[in-house]
Design a protein around this ligand. Structure first.
Ligand code: ADP
Ligand code: MG
Length: 313
């Protein structure tokens, strides 16, 4: 066996015991840690201050401020925030199941029922951000959607058992068919998020009277960036690969700009027309035409109950 990596210690984080690394970004490391004062498991995002310029530092504080104001089952909670001379420490609710991204890689793709179960949780989190907090997340992607616990994937399960919320706790999970045991999915990483809408008045932030029309329009449509991203996540869940991809960044940029994607055969052959219709209303280049979160949640695909199991033969 490999030698276990020794865990770093941080000045200012003496009340926590770092257990293992869970992820890292450009300026941060995220650890699974134990809060020694409460004996509770947490996640700690440690951000290196010295590598940040003034506006990046301001962004961290904005991330903290936005997270402090949120309280929803589909959004990762910020437990506390502190800083030392060298670091910022964001103590977060621990999401032991890791990234949705890894589960897609592991399972190839999700069934329609399981995809619905996952995407509805993300969507209710987005509705809360958009409608109750006036916040746009701006970085919705499978790496920033985390499972509360490790999804249980038993080896032997009936092949046609549809996803059933009641059976959640039995821990059944059927790749590509349905299944439960997958638990909650939550939105993380508010590093790029922005308050665009005043919570009380539901008007754009700032003084509207002197704001240029392009800014007013921009603010009105800013939430639509999350809806595009939600469409990309749903597409990826259902087939296992993203709607827009190319090895050349220039070609990829052009494909996105034109909204050029296809429901590639054979992968999409057995996926319902209703799911495709919903994706078409999200991956739509004109933000004014794109579904809002309420339109998304009202779509028949989101409200379909899991298909009944086939009759016994
Ligand atoms: P960055 O801005 O660097 O992307 P994130 O907040 O997205 O920072 O964290 C980076 C990674 O760390 C995530 O993609 C995820 O794998 C892991 N991570 C973040 N927050 C948690 C958490 N609360 N619980 C478990 N893992 C987490
Ligand atoms: Mg991230």
């Amino acid at each position: 066996r490999e030698l276990k990596e020794t865990m770093p210690t941080y000045k200012g984080l003496e009340n926590f015991k770092i257990v293992e690394k869970m992820g890292d970004g450009a300026f941060s490391n995220v650890y699974h840690a134990l809060d020694l004062t409460t004996n509770k498991k947490v996640a700690v995002k440690v951000v290196r201050k010295f590598e940040l310029n003034a506006s990046q530092r301001a962004n961290i504080l904005k991330e903290v401020q936005i997270m402090r104001g949120t309280n929803h089952p589909s959004i990762v909670k910020l437990i506390s925030f502190s800083e030392s001379e060298e670091h910022y420490f964001l103590v977060l609710e621990l999401m032991e199941g890791g990234e949705l991204f890894h589960q897609i890689v592991k399972l190839t793709y999700f069934s329609e029922n399981l995809s619905r179960h996952v995407i509805l949780q993300v969507a209710t989190g987005i509705r809360y951000l958009h409608e109750e907090r006036g916040v746009v997340h701006r970085d919705i992607k499978p790496e920033n959607l985390l499972f509360e616990r490790i999804p249980i994937i038993p080896s032997k399960v009936p092949a046609h058992r549809p996803y059933d919320e009641e059976k959640e706790d039995e821990g059944e999970f059927i790749p590509g068919v349905g299944g439960g045991g997958i638990g909650r999915v939550k939105i993380a990483d508010f590093g790029l998020s922005k308050v665009v809408w005043n919570e009380e008045t539901m008007t754009p932030c700032g003084t509207v009277g002197y704001t240029a029309p392009e800014i007013v329009k921009d603010e009105r449509y800013s939430k639509s960036v999350d809806m595009w991203a939600l469409g990309c996540v749903l597409y990826t869940l259902l087939c296992g690969f993203p709607p827009f991809y190319d090895e050349s960044i220039n070609v990829l940029t052009e494909k996105v700009a034109r909204g050029y994607y296809t429901f590639l055969s054979p992968w999409w052959d057995d996926i319902s027309g209703s799911a495709k219709d919903l994706i078409q209303h999200l991956l739509c280049v004109d933000p004014a035409q794109r579904y809002t979160i309420d339109e998304f949640l009202a779509h028949p695909w989101c409200n379909a109950s899991p298909a009944p199991p086939p009759p016994p033969t």
